[in-house]
Design a binder for this molecule. Structure first.
Ligand code: ZN
Ligand code: ZN
Length: 276
């Protein structure tokens, strides 16, 4: 199974193919683009089209649609969501999912990666403040300008922002705008380098899972799916909230194996008795 070439269809319109295809090529999968469907009808980041599906349902829908539209046996869907994370409200947190759908088995694998996206909004009528804000960030990060009569997306670099303001006739002078405008990050994948990095990580995880074969039945995705807490404290042996072992499980035959974490004991800092 690992050596045969597989073709999978990716349903996307935001240029995610170069982020996903290289990792999957290493797992023997050729990714082809499916462009016959506007994924924005499933909801958009900027909120013009509300999202009715949960992110998990959405990514599964995309992967299955990719199969149906292409006629290939395997489909891929990609979906990011912002929010939650370790400091909700303080830190933008991006969770990227990449779903693999095997139509013959009607089986899904959802690989994921998550991390911070250090981006923020700014509302001002000062051109120099807009400039400062844009140059603080990755030069490839795109921006959205919202003003009283409209919204312009996909502005990369300060000159593009300035040009958009000129076209909207909002530049009163060299430094002042006619009104307050809101500058927000464009979070679409092809305008957001932070998201691109997490999409690549999710693709690498998916490639690893496609190559992780069950020792019993040789089906892919023999992967850590559950875990057991209770790693003993290195000082007093009390069970802590650290991982004692992971459970790798095959969705096809149900075979499981325990996998131990790299450390045999937990640091006393995690122990409720030694460090209450
Ligand atoms: Zn202890
Ligand atoms: Zn198995």
């Amino acid at each position: 199974m690992g050596s045969t070439k597989q073709r999978a269809s990716l349903l996307t319109k935001h240029h995610k193919l170069p982020l996903i295809a290289p990792a999957l090529a290493q797992a023997g999968v050729t990714v082809e683009l499916s462009v016959g469907f506007d994924t924005d009808t499933l909801g958009t980041f900027a909120g013009e089209i509300p999202r009715t599906l949960s992110p998990v349902e959405c990514v599964k829908t995309k992967a299955k649609l990719a199969c149906q539209l292409s006629g290939l046996s395997f489909g891929l869907g990609s979906e990011g969501s912002f929010g939650a994370g370790p400091a909700p409200g303080l830190l933008n947190w991006d969770h990227e999912m990449l779903c693999w759908y095997n139509s013959a088995r009607d089986h899904y694998i959802i690989a994921s990666a998550a991390g911070p996206v250090p981006l923020s909004d700014l509302e001002t009528n000062q051109l120099n403040l807009l400039h400062e804000h844009v140059v603080q960030h990755d030069a490839a990060q795109g921006w959205i300008i919202k003003h009283s009569t409209g919204l312009v997306k996909g502005l990369t670099g300060f000159s593009a922002v300035r040009q958009a303001l000129e076209q909207a006739q909002l530049l009163n002078s060299a430094t002042q705008l006619a009104q307050n405008v809101r500058l927000s990050p464009d979070l679409r994948a092809h305008f957001c380098p932070s998201r691109q990095q997490y999409i690549q990580q999710a693709a690498a995880q998916l490639a690893a899972r496609l190559q992780a074969l069950c020792p019993k039945c040789q089906t892919s995705d023999f992967w850590r799916k559950e875990l057991q807490l209770g790693l003993p404290c290195s000082t007093c042996s009390y069970p802590t909230q650290r991982v004692k072992y992971y459970i790798k499980k095959c969705d096809c035959c149900g075979h499981t194996e325990q996998e131990l974490p790299s450390e045999a004991f937990a640091d006393p800092a995690y122990c409720p008795l030694c460090n209450p």
